[in-house]
Design a protein around this ligand. Sequence first.
Ligand code: BG6
Length: 440
Amino acid sequence: GHIFREAVRISFNELDGLNAVVVIYKNGEIVAFRRGSPLVAGAGVSGNFISSDIPALISETQNIVFIDEDEGVAIDKEKILKVNAKTSKVALAKPQKVTMDEAEVDKAGFPHFLLKEIYEQPEVIARVANYGKDEIDKAVGLIKKAWGTYFTACGTASYAGLAATYMFSEIAKRHVNFAVGSEFPYFEDFLVPRSLLIAASQSGETMDTLEAVRAAKRHRSKVLAMVNVPGSSLTRLADKTLYLKAGPERAVLSTKSYIAKLSLFLLFAFGLAGNYQKGVRLLKNSSRKMSSMFKDGLGKDIKRLAKKLENQKHIYVIGRGVNYATALEGALKIKEASYVHAEGVAGGELKHGPIALIEKGTPCIAIVANDRAKESVLSNAMELKSRGGYIVGISPKKESVFDFWIKVPDAGAASPIVSVVPMQLLGYDLPLLKGYNPDK
Ligand code: BG6
C-alpha cells in the first residue's frame, strides 16, 4: 500500500550513484525505482512483471511499461502504477505494445547467440536499406542544419562512429567530429544550441554515452540517437531517435548492431550527398554479397585460421582509411571474448613504434579493400612480413604478400561492412577453442 511505496521511495532518494532498485513486500506487492540503470515493467495476463530488459519479459507479455529516470512503479497482480520518485505523484501506467518476436530472442538453432547474430547480418543490412527516405531525410536535415556535428559512442559503436567520419568526408564531403563517450564531455566547451550530437548505442544504456548526451544537453544542443533497444534511456534523452532495427543482441560482443550503424551512416552520407538511392543500392548489394560469403564457406576458412591463431599471445590488425576503423573493431572482437591481446593499428603508424613488436610468426591481419588505400596497406603488410610477421589478408583479391587469404567480396564504399565479418567469426571461434563461452 501507500506506506510501503513511500518507504521505498524515500529510501531510494537517499541512495547515491546509479541504481535500479526492486523491493518486494510480504503481500507480493513490488515497488521499483530507477536512476541511471535500466528498468522496465510488463503487463501480462498471468501477472505483472519487472526486469532490466525487454527480452526477459517477452515470453510473458509484449505490453511494456517504460520507466523514466527518477521514476518508479508500484506493481500488484491487477495493476501497474507509475510513481514519481521526486514528487511521489502516482498515476496508472499505460503499457505500450512492443513488437519483438519471441523467436527472435532465442538462438534459433544456433549453438550460441553470437553465431546467430553474425549470420543475421545480411538481413539487418536489407532492413536498414528499406528504412525509407523520409526517416533518413529527417536525420540528414538535422545534420545539414547543424553548425557542427559530433559523433559519440563507446566500444564497437564508437568504431562505427569513427568509420562514419571517413564516410562523411569521402561520400558527402562533410567534416564531422568524433570522440568516444568518456572523452566527449572534455569537448563540451565547443557546443552551442545549434550543434548536433549523434550518439550511437546498441543498448541505449551505456553510461559514458549517456553522460556525453547530458553534456550536449547542458548546452541545449540537439541530440540524434541511433539505438537498438526500444525505449532505452538514450531514446528518452534524445530529440530524435532512429532505431537500428537489428533485433535483440544477446551476445556481449556487438556484431549486427555495428553493421546496422555502418549501414545507417552510409545512408546518411549518401543522403547528404543527394544520392540516397545509390546508398540503398549499395546496401542491398552488400546484403547479398554477405549472404554469399557465408554460403561460400567463410565459416570453414575462419575455423582453420582460428586453429593457427589459437596459441598466439599477440595479434595485430592493420587498415587504412575507413578500414582503420575496421582494424580497431576487428581487434576488439578478438580480445573481448578470447582474452588475447589484439591491437588495431593504422597502417601508416606501424613505423612509428608498433613494428618493433613484430617477431617471427607474429600474426598480422591486413584489411585490404579495393580502394585508394589498397597499395599503401599492402606495402605496410610487406613491412610486417619483412619482420617475420605471418600475414593474414582480408581482401577481395589474393595478394602475394598474404600467408593466409580470407576472401571477402568487393563491396565498394561498403567495404567496412563485409571486411569486419571474418574477425567477428574469429571472435566466435577463438573463445570456443580456448574453452570460453563466446556469448559472455
Ligand atoms: C561494452 C560492450 O561494454 O559496451 C561492447 O562490451 C559494446 O561490446 C560497448 O560495444 C558499447 O555498448 P552500446 O550498447 O552502447 O553499443
